[in-house]
Ligand binder design. Structure first.
Ligand code: C5P
Length: 237
């Protein structure tokens, strides 16, 4: 059962972002994703502002550095009080454990921490020729997911097509956060391996990340509601 649909706020700045959020009625507060573009443009203040409006936030900054640096950066991010943050599993188990430590507040609470396995922009050719990894892509993704689970992380970002296998290998409670979601009658854009909200729900995805099908829709509120309904209903194609 899909827990929520997260809207990717891929906007260049604060003004466009808030104008988009203003289209939703006062009582409707979608879970949103703030990525590198918006965060680097506006800094933590835009996160606080969105939060003050009542939205849950996935801060998608994909940290990847030596364990001590990631631990200290996570400790700073934990003060922002967002709901979900992420890092690259390629940084290794020690880095992931350090990140968890840094993220945990003095009272023991922390945002959920999830790992990026292999970026969906990395193809099999690049994996072999540039990263010099001979293991097939699917196996690499699952192995990174297992490392993340063993390090105590809460889940991974993965393709909806990989979600069922990740659950099989890492346990049903291990979260799958999946971009690459498109309506059956929608544009693909640059996403290649996609699923509809309903199919993603059936595949066991926990959180669906959707950007353009909602942000670029003529009626974004309607598109968002349709995504939530299809994901939770699951009876559509
Ligand atoms: O517009 P669209 O629905 O394709 O947006 C998907 C969002 O998920 C974007 O913010 C993109 O950066 C992010 N993402 C992705 N694939 C990944 C990781 C993140 O599309 N593997």
């Amino acid at each position: 059962m899909v827990k929520d649909v997260i809207i990717a706020l891929d906007f260049p700045g604060r003004e466009e972002t808030l104008a988009f959020l203003d289209r939703f009625p006062a009582g409707e507060k979608p879970f949103v994703k703030v990525g590198m573009e918006l965060y680097y443009a506006e800094g933590p203040s835009v996160v606080r502002e969105i939060q003050a409006r009542g939205h849950k936030i996935f801060l998608d900054l994909k940290l990847h550095d030596i364990p001590n640096t990631v631990k200290r950066a996570m400790s700073v991010l934990s003060r922002l009080d967002v709901d979900l943050v992420n890092l690259h599993a390629a940084g290794g188990s020690e880095m992931m454990r350090a990140a968890l430590e840094g993220l945990t507040r003095p009272d023991g609470t922390r945002p959920l921490l999830i790992a990026v396995t292999q970026l969906t922009s990395t193809g099999p050719d690049m994996l072999k020729k540039e990263l010099l990894i001979d293991t097939p892509m699917g196996e690499t993704v699952l192995s990174y997911a297992e490392n993340a689970a063993a390090s105590g992380l809460d889940g991974v970002v993965c393709s909806p097509l990989e979600a069922a296998l990740v659950k099989e290998r890492c346990g049903g409670d291990f979260l799958t956060i999946t971009p690459g979601i498109r309506f059956a009658d929608g544009e693909l854009g640059d996403q290649k391996r996609v699923m509809t909200p309903a199919r993603a729900g059936q595949a066991g995805c926990d959180y669906l990340v959707m950007g353009r099908p909602i942000t670029q829709a003529e009626d974004p509120v309607d598109a968002y509601r349709r995504a939530v309904q299809e994901a939770k209903d699951g009876s559509r194609p």
